[in-house]
Ligand binder design. Structure first.
Ligand code: MN
Length: 467
Protein backbone atom coordinates (compact mmCIF):
# COMPACT_ATOMS: atom_id res chain seq x y z
CA UNK A 1 0.00 0.00 0.00
CA UNK A 2 1.58 3.24 -1.14
CA UNK A 3 0.95 6.34 0.98
CA UNK A 4 0.92 8.77 -1.94
CA UNK A 5 -2.70 9.80 -2.47
CA UNK A 6 -3.85 13.41 -2.29
CA UNK A 7 -7.54 14.32 -2.26
CA UNK A 8 -8.71 17.41 -4.11
CA UNK A 9 -11.77 19.09 -2.59
CA UNK A 10 -13.55 21.93 -4.36
CA UNK A 11 -15.85 24.35 -2.58
CA UNK A 12 -19.10 25.89 -3.82
CA UNK A 13 -22.68 26.26 -2.52
CA UNK A 14 -26.19 25.53 -3.84
CA UNK A 15 -27.34 29.16 -4.30
CA UNK A 16 -26.29 29.37 -7.95
CA UNK A 17 -28.37 26.48 -9.29
CA UNK A 18 -27.77 23.06 -10.82
CA UNK A 19 -26.11 24.34 -14.03
CA UNK A 20 -23.42 26.14 -12.06
CA UNK A 21 -22.66 23.06 -9.92
CA UNK A 22 -22.40 20.91 -13.05
CA UNK A 23 -19.81 23.30 -14.45
CA UNK A 24 -17.93 23.34 -11.11
CA UNK A 25 -17.79 19.52 -11.17
CA UNK A 26 -16.62 19.48 -14.80
CA UNK A 27 -13.87 22.06 -14.17
CA UNK A 28 -12.76 20.22 -11.01
CA UNK A 29 -12.52 17.00 -13.00
CA UNK A 30 -10.40 18.66 -15.68
CA UNK A 31 -8.07 20.18 -13.08
CA UNK A 32 -7.75 16.80 -11.31
CA UNK A 33 -6.77 15.14 -14.59
CA UNK A 34 -4.17 17.86 -15.28
CA UNK A 35 -2.65 17.60 -11.78
CA UNK A 36 -2.69 13.79 -11.89
CA UNK A 37 -0.57 13.97 -15.05
CA UNK A 38 1.81 16.57 -13.62
CA UNK A 39 2.32 14.61 -10.38
CA UNK A 40 2.60 11.17 -11.99
CA UNK A 41 5.10 9.00 -10.13
CA UNK A 42 5.09 11.39 -7.18
CA UNK A 43 1.48 11.28 -5.98
CA UNK A 44 -2.00 10.22 -7.04
CA UNK A 45 -4.66 12.95 -7.12
CA UNK A 46 -8.32 12.04 -6.56
CA UNK A 47 -11.33 14.29 -6.60
CA UNK A 48 -13.91 14.17 -3.78
CA UNK A 49 -17.54 15.46 -4.01
CA UNK A 50 -17.92 19.25 -4.23
CA UNK A 51 -18.51 20.80 -0.82
CA UNK A 52 -21.89 22.56 -0.83
CA UNK A 53 -22.91 21.92 2.80
CA UNK A 54 -21.27 21.32 6.17
CA UNK A 55 -22.23 17.65 5.85
CA UNK A 56 -20.46 17.12 2.51
CA UNK A 57 -17.38 18.82 3.96
CA UNK A 58 -17.39 16.53 7.03
CA UNK A 59 -17.78 13.46 4.80
CA UNK A 60 -14.93 14.52 2.47
CA UNK A 61 -12.54 15.33 5.31
CA UNK A 62 -13.37 12.14 7.20
CA UNK A 63 -12.64 10.14 4.07
CA UNK A 64 -9.26 11.85 3.68
CA UNK A 65 -8.40 11.43 7.35
CA UNK A 66 -9.36 7.74 7.52
CA UNK A 67 -7.72 6.66 4.26
CA UNK A 68 -4.25 5.33 5.17
CA UNK A 69 -3.07 5.87 1.57
CA UNK A 70 -3.97 9.58 1.74
CA UNK A 71 -1.13 11.91 2.79
CA UNK A 72 -2.81 15.29 2.34
CA UNK A 73 -5.63 17.43 0.97
CA UNK A 74 -5.77 20.24 -1.59
CA UNK A 75 -8.74 22.64 -1.42
CA UNK A 76 -9.97 25.33 -3.83
CA UNK A 77 -13.11 27.50 -3.84
CA UNK A 78 -14.48 27.62 -7.39
CA UNK A 79 -17.39 29.85 -6.36
CA UNK A 80 -18.15 31.57 -3.11
CA UNK A 81 -18.40 28.87 -0.40
CA UNK A 82 -19.56 30.22 2.98
CA UNK A 83 -16.82 29.18 5.38
CA UNK A 84 -18.97 28.27 8.36
CA UNK A 85 -19.74 25.08 6.46
CA UNK A 86 -15.99 24.23 6.43
CA UNK A 87 -15.46 24.45 10.20
CA UNK A 88 -16.59 20.98 11.28
CA UNK A 89 -15.01 19.29 8.29
CA UNK A 90 -11.66 20.96 8.86
CA UNK A 91 -11.81 19.84 12.49
CA UNK A 92 -11.82 16.23 11.20
CA UNK A 93 -8.58 16.70 9.25
CA UNK A 94 -5.14 16.25 10.82
CA UNK A 95 -3.21 15.80 7.56
CA UNK A 96 -1.27 18.45 5.59
CA UNK A 97 -3.48 20.93 3.75
CA UNK A 98 -2.67 22.99 0.67
CA UNK A 99 -4.92 25.89 -0.28
CA UNK A 100 -4.85 26.21 -4.06
CA UNK A 101 -5.84 29.79 -4.86
CA UNK A 102 -6.61 29.57 -8.56
CA UNK A 103 -9.29 29.71 -11.28
CA UNK A 104 -10.47 27.34 -13.98
CA UNK A 105 -9.96 30.21 -16.47
CA UNK A 106 -6.61 31.90 -16.97
CA UNK A 107 -7.81 35.03 -18.75
CA UNK A 108 -10.83 37.23 -18.10
CA UNK A 109 -13.21 37.19 -21.13
CA UNK A 110 -13.66 40.96 -21.18
CA UNK A 111 -16.12 41.12 -24.05
CA UNK A 112 -18.31 38.24 -22.82
CA UNK A 113 -18.21 38.49 -19.05
CA UNK A 114 -21.66 38.69 -17.43
CA UNK A 115 -23.04 38.12 -13.92
CA UNK A 116 -23.30 34.32 -14.42
CA UNK A 117 -19.62 34.08 -15.35
CA UNK A 118 -18.63 36.20 -12.37
CA UNK A 119 -20.72 34.09 -9.95
CA UNK A 120 -19.27 30.88 -11.36
CA UNK A 121 -15.62 31.99 -11.24
CA UNK A 122 -15.09 33.84 -8.02
CA UNK A 123 -12.04 32.38 -6.26
CA UNK A 124 -10.98 35.95 -5.43
CA UNK A 125 -14.12 36.06 -3.29
CA UNK A 126 -14.50 32.44 -2.11
CA UNK A 127 -10.83 31.69 -1.43
CA UNK A 128 -10.56 34.76 0.83
CA UNK A 129 -13.61 33.68 2.83
CA UNK A 130 -12.00 30.24 3.13
CA UNK A 131 -8.54 31.65 3.91
CA UNK A 132 -10.10 33.58 6.78
CA UNK A 133 -11.51 30.46 8.43
CA UNK A 134 -8.15 28.64 8.09
CA UNK A 135 -6.44 31.59 9.77
CA UNK A 136 -9.22 31.93 12.36
CA UNK A 137 -8.95 28.23 13.28
CA UNK A 138 -5.15 28.34 13.26
CA UNK A 139 -4.85 25.45 10.80
CA UNK A 140 -1.28 25.10 9.50
CA UNK A 141 -1.35 25.21 5.71
CA UNK A 142 0.45 26.51 2.64
CA UNK A 143 -1.12 28.52 -0.16
CA UNK A 144 -0.29 28.12 -3.86
CA UNK A 145 -1.59 31.17 -5.75
CA UNK A 146 -1.83 31.55 -9.53
CA UNK A 147 -3.28 29.84 -12.59
CA UNK A 148 -3.11 26.10 -11.87
CA UNK A 149 -1.19 25.29 -15.07
CA UNK A 150 1.48 27.88 -14.26
CA UNK A 151 4.85 26.17 -13.68
CA UNK A 152 5.44 27.89 -10.35
CA UNK A 153 2.05 26.76 -9.05
CA UNK A 154 2.67 23.19 -10.23
CA UNK A 155 6.09 23.26 -8.54
CA UNK A 156 4.48 24.33 -5.28
CA UNK A 157 1.93 21.52 -5.54
CA UNK A 158 4.77 19.06 -6.24
CA UNK A 159 6.63 20.35 -3.18
CA UNK A 160 3.46 19.93 -1.12
CA UNK A 161 3.17 16.31 -2.29
CA UNK A 162 6.78 15.58 -1.24
CA UNK A 163 6.37 17.22 2.15
CA UNK A 164 3.01 15.51 2.77
CA UNK A 165 4.55 12.11 1.94
CA UNK A 166 7.45 12.86 4.29
CA UNK A 167 5.03 13.75 7.10
CA UNK A 168 3.11 10.50 6.51
CA UNK A 169 6.48 8.70 6.69
CA UNK A 170 7.23 10.53 9.96
CA UNK A 171 3.91 9.45 11.48
CA UNK A 172 4.56 5.78 10.78
CA UNK A 173 8.30 5.84 11.52
CA UNK A 174 9.77 3.29 13.92
CA UNK A 175 13.30 4.04 15.09
CA UNK A 176 15.44 1.34 16.69
CA UNK A 177 18.13 2.49 19.08
CA UNK A 178 20.83 -0.09 19.82
CA UNK A 179 22.02 1.02 23.21
CA UNK A 180 21.63 4.58 24.41
CA UNK A 181 23.37 7.87 23.63
CA UNK A 182 27.12 8.34 23.67
CA UNK A 183 27.93 9.07 27.29
CA UNK A 184 28.04 12.77 28.27
CA UNK A 185 26.99 14.13 24.86
CA UNK A 186 24.17 16.72 25.13
CA UNK A 187 22.82 17.51 21.69
CA UNK A 188 22.01 13.94 20.66
CA UNK A 189 19.52 13.64 23.53
CA UNK A 190 15.89 14.66 23.49
CA UNK A 191 12.39 14.06 24.76
CA UNK A 192 11.37 10.85 22.98
CA UNK A 193 7.84 11.02 24.32
CA UNK A 194 7.39 14.54 22.92
CA UNK A 195 8.92 13.33 19.61
CA UNK A 196 6.14 10.76 19.35
CA UNK A 197 3.43 13.30 20.25
CA UNK A 198 4.69 15.90 17.73
CA UNK A 199 6.12 13.78 14.88
CA UNK A 200 4.67 10.31 15.45
CA UNK A 201 8.08 8.66 15.91
CA UNK A 202 8.09 5.41 17.87
CA UNK A 203 11.57 5.23 19.36
CA UNK A 204 12.18 1.63 20.41
CA UNK A 205 15.13 0.61 22.55
CA UNK A 206 17.02 -2.61 21.82
CA UNK A 207 20.09 -4.00 23.53
CA UNK A 208 23.00 -4.54 21.14
CA UNK A 209 22.65 -8.22 22.17
CA UNK A 210 19.34 -8.33 20.28
CA UNK A 211 21.31 -7.63 17.09
CA UNK A 212 24.25 -9.89 18.05
CA UNK A 213 21.80 -12.83 18.36
CA UNK A 214 20.80 -12.32 14.71
CA UNK A 215 24.41 -11.67 13.58
CA UNK A 216 25.51 -15.02 15.02
CA UNK A 217 22.89 -16.87 12.99
CA UNK A 218 23.84 -15.31 9.62
CA UNK A 219 25.04 -18.08 7.26
CA UNK A 220 28.16 -18.09 5.08
CA UNK A 221 25.88 -18.10 2.02
CA UNK A 222 24.10 -14.96 3.21
CA UNK A 223 27.48 -13.28 3.73
CA UNK A 224 28.60 -14.33 0.22
CA UNK A 225 25.43 -12.85 -1.24
CA UNK A 226 25.88 -9.51 0.57
CA UNK A 227 29.56 -9.42 -0.42
CA UNK A 228 28.58 -9.86 -4.09
CA UNK A 229 26.34 -6.78 -3.76
CA UNK A 230 29.30 -4.80 -2.38
CA UNK A 231 31.58 -6.00 -5.20
CA UNK A 232 29.00 -4.99 -7.82
CA UNK A 233 28.66 -1.45 -6.46
CA UNK A 234 32.05 -0.63 -4.95
CA UNK A 235 35.77 -1.10 -5.62
CA UNK A 236 37.47 -3.56 -3.28
CA UNK A 237 40.61 -1.70 -2.15
CA UNK A 238 41.74 -4.00 0.65
CA UNK A 239 43.27 -7.49 1.10
CA UNK A 240 41.48 -7.86 4.42
CA UNK A 241 38.41 -9.59 3.02
CA UNK A 242 37.54 -11.03 6.43
CA UNK A 243 36.93 -7.51 7.77
CA UNK A 244 34.59 -6.83 4.84
CA UNK A 245 32.79 -10.16 5.40
CA UNK A 246 32.25 -9.13 9.00
CA UNK A 247 30.44 -5.98 7.79
CA UNK A 248 28.45 -8.03 5.25
CA UNK A 249 27.33 -10.22 8.14
CA UNK A 250 26.16 -7.15 10.08
CA UNK A 251 24.23 -5.80 7.11
CA UNK A 252 22.54 -9.15 6.49
CA UNK A 253 21.54 -9.23 10.18
CA UNK A 254 20.38 -5.61 10.19
CA UNK A 255 18.22 -6.22 7.12
CA UNK A 256 16.49 -9.13 8.87
CA UNK A 257 16.02 -7.06 12.01
CA UNK A 258 14.66 -4.07 10.04
CA UNK A 259 12.19 -6.23 8.13
CA UNK A 260 10.97 -8.11 11.19
CA UNK A 261 10.45 -4.98 13.30
CA UNK A 262 9.29 -2.62 10.50
CA UNK A 263 12.17 -0.23 11.24
CA UNK A 264 12.76 2.92 9.13
CA UNK A 265 15.78 4.32 11.00
CA UNK A 266 18.29 3.15 13.58
CA UNK A 267 21.08 4.33 15.84
CA UNK A 268 24.09 2.62 17.36
CA UNK A 269 26.97 3.81 19.51
CA UNK A 270 30.63 2.82 19.49
CA UNK A 271 30.48 2.79 23.32
CA UNK A 272 28.12 -0.18 23.31
CA UNK A 273 29.23 -2.85 20.85
CA UNK A 274 29.39 -5.91 23.12
CA UNK A 275 29.44 -9.00 20.96
CA UNK A 276 30.29 -7.11 17.72
CA UNK A 277 33.93 -7.16 16.59
CA UNK A 278 33.66 -3.94 14.56
CA UNK A 279 31.59 -0.78 14.57
CA UNK A 280 29.13 -1.10 11.63
CA UNK A 281 30.76 0.88 8.78
CA UNK A 282 29.87 -0.22 5.25
CA UNK A 283 26.86 -1.96 6.75
CA UNK A 284 25.43 1.39 7.90
CA UNK A 285 26.59 3.26 4.75
CA UNK A 286 25.00 0.75 2.40
CA UNK A 287 21.72 0.71 4.36
CA UNK A 288 21.51 4.51 4.17
CA UNK A 289 21.79 4.06 0.41
CA UNK A 290 18.56 2.05 0.62
CA UNK A 291 16.62 4.85 2.38
CA UNK A 292 17.15 3.65 5.95
CA UNK A 293 17.73 6.57 8.33
CA UNK A 294 20.81 6.47 10.55
CA UNK A 295 22.06 8.41 13.56
CA UNK A 296 25.39 7.63 15.21
CA UNK A 297 26.09 7.75 18.94
CA UNK A 298 22.42 7.21 19.76
CA UNK A 299 21.22 10.30 17.89
CA UNK A 300 17.59 9.25 17.35
CA UNK A 301 16.49 12.71 16.11
CA UNK A 302 18.97 12.71 13.22
CA UNK A 303 18.22 9.05 12.44
CA UNK A 304 14.55 10.02 12.05
CA UNK A 305 15.18 13.31 10.26
CA UNK A 306 17.47 11.61 7.73
CA UNK A 307 14.82 8.96 6.93
CA UNK A 308 12.11 11.63 6.58
CA UNK A 309 14.18 13.95 4.39
CA UNK A 310 15.29 11.05 2.17
CA UNK A 311 11.57 10.29 1.72
CA UNK A 312 10.88 13.96 0.92
CA UNK A 313 13.64 13.94 -1.71
CA UNK A 314 12.42 10.81 -3.51
CA UNK A 315 12.28 11.32 -7.27
CA UNK A 316 14.41 14.48 -7.17
CA UNK A 317 17.92 14.99 -8.46
CA UNK A 318 20.61 15.29 -5.78
CA UNK A 319 21.73 13.55 -2.61
CA UNK A 320 20.36 13.57 0.94
CA UNK A 321 21.87 12.07 4.09
CA UNK A 322 23.35 12.31 7.55
CA UNK A 323 26.67 14.09 8.15
CA UNK A 324 28.79 15.38 11.03
CA UNK A 325 30.57 18.73 11.17
CA UNK A 326 34.23 17.94 11.70
CA UNK A 327 36.96 20.46 10.90
CA UNK A 328 37.60 23.72 9.01
CA UNK A 329 39.99 25.32 6.58
CA UNK A 330 40.02 28.86 7.98
CA UNK A 331 41.96 30.60 5.19
CA UNK A 332 40.52 34.11 5.32
CA UNK A 333 37.80 34.66 2.72
CA UNK A 334 38.04 31.06 1.48
CA UNK A 335 36.82 29.22 4.57
CA UNK A 336 35.61 25.66 4.03
CA UNK A 337 34.18 22.95 6.21
CA UNK A 338 35.22 19.31 6.05
CA UNK A 339 32.27 17.16 7.10
CA UNK A 340 32.49 13.43 7.62
CA UNK A 341 32.16 10.84 10.40
CA UNK A 342 34.08 8.04 12.08
CA UNK A 343 32.82 5.71 9.31
CA UNK A 344 29.16 6.24 8.51
CA UNK A 345 29.04 8.74 5.63
CA UNK A 346 26.07 8.05 3.32
CA UNK A 347 27.05 6.59 -0.03
CA UNK A 348 24.64 9.07 -1.69
CA UNK A 349 27.36 11.74 -1.30
CA UNK A 350 29.94 9.84 -3.39
CA UNK A 351 31.27 11.78 -6.39
CA UNK A 352 32.77 8.62 -7.89
CA UNK A 353 32.81 4.89 -7.25
CA UNK A 354 33.43 4.34 -3.51
CA UNK A 355 36.37 2.22 -2.36
CA UNK A 356 36.08 -0.43 0.33
CA UNK A 357 38.99 0.15 2.70
CA UNK A 358 39.97 -1.24 6.10
CA UNK A 359 41.74 0.92 8.68
CA UNK A 360 42.04 1.02 12.46
CA UNK A 361 39.42 3.00 14.36
CA UNK A 362 41.10 5.35 16.83
CA UNK A 363 38.43 5.01 19.50
CA UNK A 364 36.24 2.22 20.82
CA UNK A 365 38.91 -0.49 21.16
CA UNK A 366 37.45 -2.75 18.45
CA UNK A 367 38.86 -4.53 15.36
CA UNK A 368 39.70 -2.53 12.22
CA UNK A 369 36.37 -1.87 10.47
CA UNK A 370 35.70 -1.89 6.74
CA UNK A 371 34.19 1.30 5.39
CA UNK A 372 33.45 3.05 2.08
CA UNK A 373 35.83 5.91 1.29
CA UNK A 374 35.10 8.58 -1.33
CA UNK A 375 35.26 12.28 -2.16
CA UNK A 376 32.00 14.21 -2.08
CA UNK A 377 29.62 15.60 -4.67
CA UNK A 378 29.31 19.33 -5.40
CA UNK A 379 26.42 21.76 -5.80
CA UNK A 380 24.08 24.06 -3.90
CA UNK A 381 22.48 22.50 -0.87
CA UNK A 382 21.10 22.89 2.62
CA UNK A 383 22.21 21.64 6.02
CA UNK A 384 19.34 20.79 8.37
CA UNK A 385 19.32 19.85 12.02
CA UNK A 386 16.85 19.45 14.86
CA UNK A 387 17.53 20.22 18.50
CA UNK A 388 15.45 19.85 21.66
CA UNK A 389 15.24 23.23 23.43
CA UNK A 390 13.54 21.80 26.52
CA UNK A 391 10.03 23.09 25.87
CA UNK A 392 9.98 22.72 22.07
CA UNK A 393 11.93 21.33 19.13
CA UNK A 394 13.81 23.66 16.78
CA UNK A 395 14.74 23.02 13.15
CA UNK A 396 17.71 24.95 11.77
CA UNK A 397 18.30 25.13 8.02
CA UNK A 398 21.46 26.69 6.59
CA UNK A 399 22.27 27.36 2.94
CA UNK A 400 25.57 25.81 1.86
CA UNK A 401 27.50 25.09 -1.30
CA UNK A 402 29.15 21.70 -1.58
CA UNK A 403 32.54 22.08 -3.26
CA UNK A 404 35.35 19.91 -4.58
CA UNK A 405 38.05 19.44 -1.99
CA UNK A 406 40.93 21.78 -2.95
CA UNK A 407 43.58 19.04 -2.61
CA UNK A 408 43.59 15.24 -2.23
CA UNK A 409 43.56 13.89 1.35
CA UNK A 410 45.31 10.53 0.85
CA UNK A 411 45.73 9.84 4.55
CA UNK A 412 42.13 10.50 5.59
CA UNK A 413 40.59 7.01 5.95
CA UNK A 414 36.93 8.07 5.73
CA UNK A 415 34.48 9.45 3.18
CA UNK A 416 33.95 13.19 3.28
CA UNK A 417 32.19 16.18 1.80
CA UNK A 418 33.34 19.79 1.82
CA UNK A 419 31.18 22.88 1.80
CA UNK A 420 31.11 26.65 1.96
CA UNK A 421 28.76 28.40 4.38
CA UNK A 422 26.36 31.13 3.29
CA UNK A 423 26.19 34.08 3.30
CA UNK A 424 29.80 33.59 4.51
CA UNK A 425 31.71 31.59 7.11
CA UNK A 426 31.62 34.28 9.79
CA UNK A 427 27.86 34.82 9.75
CA UNK A 428 26.79 31.32 8.73
CA UNK A 429 28.66 29.35 11.39
CA UNK A 430 28.17 31.96 14.14
CA UNK A 431 24.40 31.92 13.52
CA UNK A 432 24.40 28.11 13.62
CA UNK A 433 26.24 28.07 16.97
CA UNK A 434 23.99 30.77 18.44
CA UNK A 435 20.85 28.92 17.35
CA UNK A 436 22.13 25.85 19.21
CA UNK A 437 22.67 23.87 16.01
CA UNK A 438 23.96 20.32 16.48
CA UNK A 439 27.17 18.82 15.07
CA UNK A 440 24.98 16.12 13.48
CA UNK A 441 22.76 17.16 10.60
CA UNK A 442 21.21 16.13 7.32
CA UNK A 443 22.75 17.64 4.18
CA UNK A 444 20.75 17.70 0.96
CA UNK A 445 21.38 18.92 -2.56
CA UNK A 446 17.89 17.72 -3.54
CA UNK A 447 15.79 19.71 -1.07
CA UNK A 448 15.44 23.45 -0.55
CA UNK A 449 14.82 25.75 2.39
CA UNK A 450 11.15 25.99 1.31
CA UNK A 451 10.71 22.22 1.75
CA UNK A 452 12.06 22.33 5.30
CA UNK A 453 10.08 25.45 6.15
CA UNK A 454 6.88 23.73 4.98
CA UNK A 455 7.68 20.62 7.04
CA UNK A 456 8.28 22.85 10.07
CA UNK A 457 5.01 24.69 9.51
CA UNK A 458 2.92 21.52 9.21
CA UNK A 459 4.52 19.98 12.30
CA UNK A 460 4.38 23.19 14.34
CA UNK A 461 8.17 23.26 14.79
CA UNK A 462 10.18 26.42 15.33
CA UNK A 463 12.13 27.15 12.13
CA UNK A 464 15.37 29.10 11.81
CA UNK A 465 16.87 29.82 8.39
CA UNK A 466 20.52 30.83 7.87
CA UNK A 467 21.77 32.04 4.53
MN1 MN B 1 29.04 11.93 15.65
Amino acid sequence: MAADKIYFIVGSQDLYGEECLKQVAADAKEMTAFLAKELKGLARIELLPTVITSETCIQDMRKAQCDDECVGVITWMHTFSPAKMWIKGLQELRKPLLHLHTQANEKLPYDKIDMDFMNLNQAAHGDREYGFILARMGIPHETAAGFYKNGRVVDKIRRFAGVAKAIACSHSLQIATFGNNMRDVAVTGGDKLESQIVYGWEVRYFGIGDLVDIVEKVTEREIDSQLKEYEAKYTMATDNVNAVREQAKYEAALKKFIKKNNIGAFTDTFQDLHGLRQLPGIAAQDLMGQGIGFGPEGDYKIAALSAILMKMAEGRKGATGFIEDYTYDLTAGEELELASHMLEVPVAFAAGKPEIQVHPLGIGGKEDPARLVFDGITGDGIQVTMVDMGDHFRIICADIELVKQPKPMPKLPVARIMFRHKPDFERGTAAWCEAGGAHHSVVSTALTREDIEAFSKYTGTEFIAIG
